[in-house]
Design a protein around this ligand. Structure first.
Ligand code: ZN
Length: 285
C-alpha cells in the first residue's frame, strides 16, 4: 500500500515528507500503457505532487503540476487531492529512448528542457494560485527543487525515483522533499547533503528498506520524529455528471450533428480511461 510519512528533526529546523508510490505509479502505467521512460517521468511527477498536495490539508483543495519541456513526451499533467491521492495524464505514453551511458532511463531527454513546470494550487474556493519555473533538466526532481526555491522560497532538497522492472511493471517508486525552516544553522545544509549522497537513489533505498528507513537515512543525526502517516492511492474524480456538464458546453447544432452521425458520443476520461457514453436521450436538443 502507498503511504506518505511526515517527520521533523528534534531541533525543529528540518522537515521531511516522503512517499512510497509504487502502487499508484503501476496503476497509472496500466491505464496509460506508458513505456519505461514515460513511466519514470510520470511517476516522479506523481510522487512530488502527492507530497505537495498532501500538505494542503483543506477539504476540497487540489494541486496540479503541468510539465512540458518540448521533448517527445509532450505534456505531463498530475493532480492531487488534499490527502495526497493523485491522478495522471501524459500526452505521448509510447515514447522510447535509448538508455543514457550510465544505464539510466533518459527522463530528461524524454521531457526536454525547453519549457516550464507550472504548479496550480486550488484551495477549494477563491482564485487558484499559480507559480511556474523554467525547467532545469527535465529530470523532474531538480525541476521541483527549483520550483520550491524560486516560487515557494523554501530551500529544499528533493529526491524522486521510479524503478521499472524487466517486464516494464513498476518495481519501486517514491520520493521525498526535505525543507529547511527559517533560522536553520548554516551547517545543516552540508550535513543534509552528505546524508542525501549516502542514501543514494530513492528506489534503491525503498527496495532495500522501508519508507521509515529512507527518512531516518536522510535525517541521520537529526533524531527525526515521525508525526503523520497517510495512506494514498491513484484516485480519479470523474463522474457522468461532470462529463455531461462539459458536453453541455458544446454548441447545440454541433452536438446534434455529432449525434446524427454516430448516434452516440463517447468520452474517455483522460486521467483514468473510463468511457462515458451519451445518446440523444441525454440532451434536450
Ligand atoms: Zn476518470
Amino acid at each position: 500500500m502507498d503511504r506518505i510519512l511526515r517527520a521533523i528533526s528534534a531541533d525543529g529546523f528540518v522537515k521531511i515528507a516522503a512517499v512510497s508510490s509504487r502502487d499508484m505509479t503501476e496503476e497509472a502505467r496500466q491505464i496509460h500503457r506508458t513505456l519505461p521512460v514515460v513511466t519514470a517521468a510520470m511517476g516522479r511527477t506523481m510522487a512530488a505532487v502527492s507530497i505537495m498536495s498532501n500538505a494542503m490539508k483543506f477539504e476540497g483543495a487540489s494541486l496540479t503540476a503541468r510539465i512540458n519541456g518540448g521533448g517527445p513526451v509532450g505534456t505531463i499533467l498530475v493532480t492531487g487531492d488534499e490527502k495526497g491521492n493523485v491522478r495522471a495524464y501524459v500526452q505521448n505514453p509510447h515514447v522510447d529512448l535509448p538508455l543514457k551511458p550510465d544505464g539510466h532511463l533518459n527522463v530528461g531527454g524524454a521531457v526536454g528542457t525547453n519549457g516550464m513546470l507550472t504548479v496550480m494550487r486550488d484551495m477549494g474556493s477563491g482564485e487558484p494560485y499559480n507559480g511556474s519555473v523554467e525547467l532545469v533538466s527535465g529530470e523532474i526532481a531538480e525541476d521541483f527543487t527549483k520550483y520550491f526555491f524560486v516560487s515557494d522560497q523554501v530551500p529544499s532538497a528533493c529526491g524522486l525515483g521510479v524503478l521499472v522492472d524487466t517486464d516494464q511493471s513498476v518495481k519501486a517508486a517514491g520520493g521525498y522533499v526535505v525543507q529547511l525552516m527559517p533560522g536553520a544553522p548554516a551547517d545543516i545544509a552540508d550535513k543534509l547533503e552528505r546524508n542525501i549522497r549516502r542514501v543514494g537513489p530513492v528506489t534503491g533505498a525503498l527496495t532495500s528498506g522501508s519508507l521509515e528507513d529512507l527518512i531516518y537515512g536522510v535525517l541521520e543525526g537529526f533524531e527525526p520524529e515521525i508525526l503523520e502517516e497517510d495512506p494514498v492511492c491513484y484516485k480519479c474524480y470523474c463522474s457522468r455528471e461532470k462529463i455531461n456538464d462539459a458536453i453541455a458546453g458544446i454548441d447545440r447544432s454541433e452536438l446534434r450533428t455529432m449525434l446524427e452521425e454516430d448516434k452516440r458520443i463517447e468520452v474517455r476520461c483522460r486521467y483514468c480511461g473510463k468511457v462515458y457514453t451519451f445518446t440523444d436521450k441525454d440532451f434536450e436538443l
